[in-house]
Design a binder for this molecule. Structure first.
Ligand code: ATP
Length: 322
């Protein structure tokens, strides 16, 4: 089987004066969950829409499941998913929604099996005969995923599938997506937040204002952030500060008024320099009680690459999502 499920080269998409995607390259591999992340308006939905055949790019080439995408709209064979929320009928039950889709797609004898398996997979079997109208946002998201799974896709494209899900629901959906990837499906999911994707994705792409600022393995992204801020809580903060001040390549980060870091020291330094600080503290008899990055490395790389670390916008958008 071809290892690349989707390949984009130099994809550009404009809406009037707005350049939604600016010469974007992307490779989506079979057997992996690929995360697409970026701030509001970065171009995530536009890119996912292209993968789903909802639009054709103004420039560049796009190949999906081995077939070059031409100028004609339409979901390519073997591709399923949704952008801007799943399109479903509120007056129908979950089961009837899926049965209607299965009929539309002409699944014939395999329709019932596919409907029941999809409901089972997303954990909606117990509410399968409830009308969608009464469903929470998270349950609708799961039914949207079930609708995509009906087609047994080889490329699954989901715009913020964790939107509206509680932590247990999110874990469930993540398990479903990881299971599909294990069976060889290529899965693309978008999110605003790196930490949501870190646990799920082998590869990640970061868009900023229509430009791809990073695409590759998650492990590589962690090395992109440069020196991180580390919080160091010790038995003797004053002595720790004096020792830290003597280390080259280390910057002491001024604590905020009414600090969230209490009297712990916050230092900006590479990991080897932080290791050296710990060695010197211990040698001087200062106990290290807590040590860790203030922002996890992947989140820090995301914030640095998207420019969000200059403001507290990232914290705010995160709070909305949680
Ligand atoms: N149909 C459209 N008409 C005009 N402008 C559009 C259209 N679709 C997207 N845009 C613009 O293109 C840019 C990228 O939008 P897109 O929805 O792809 O971003 P996004 O990363 O999905 O954002 P969000 O996280 O807010 O969903 C934005 O500036 C948006 O306003």
């Amino acid at each position: 089987m071809e290892t690349t499920a989707a390949r984009a080269r130099g994809i550009t998409q404009t809406f009037g004066d707005v350049i939604a995607l600016d010469s974007v390259d992307l490779d989506i591999l079979h057997g992996q969950v690929h995360g697409l992340v970026g701030p509001n308006g970065a171009g995530k939905t536009t890119l996912l829409g292209l993968l789903l055949g909802l639009a054709v790019p103004d420039a560049g080439t796009l190949q999906i499941l081995g077939t070059p995408v031409g100028r004609v709209l339409g979901v390519p064979d073997g591709v399923a998913g949704f952008v801007d929320g799943p399109g479903l009928y509120p007056a129908l039950t979950a089961r009837a929604n899926l049965a209607a889709l299965a009929r539309l797609r002409g699944y014939g004898a395999s329709a019932t099996r596919r409907v029941e398996e999809s409901l089972e997979q997303v954990g909606l079997i117990d509410v399968a005969d409830d009308r969608l109208r009464g469903f929470s946002l998270g349950m609708r998201q799961r039914l949207g995923l079930a609708a995509a799974l009906l087609t047994e896709p080889r490329l699954l494209v989901l715009d913020e599938p964790a939107n509206g899900l509680d932590p247990a629901g999110k874990r469930h959906v993540h398990r479903v997506l990881a299971g599909l990837a294990d069976q060889g499906t290529a899965v693309v999911v978008s999110s605003h937040r790196m930490d949501d994707l870190a646990a799920l994705c082998a590869e990640v792409s970061i868009l900023r204002a229509g430009r791809m600022v990073f695409t590759g393995p998650v492990a590589k992204l962690a090395t992109e952030s440069g020196p991180l801020d580390h919080r160091v809580a010790t038995s003797d903060p004053a002595q720790a500060r004096r020792i830290a001040a003597q280390l080259s390549g280390l910057q002491i980060v001024p604590s905020d008024a009414g600090s969230r870091y209490d009297d712990a020291l916050v230092v900006r330094a590479s990991v080897p320099t932080v290791d050296e600080l710990v060695a010197r503290l211990v040698a001087a008899g200062v106990a290290v009680r807590e040590l860790g990055p203030v922002v996890p490395p992947l989140e820090a790389a995301f914030l640095a690459l998207t420019g969000l670390n200059d403001t507290d916008d990232a914290d705010r958008s995160g709070a909305e999502d949680r």
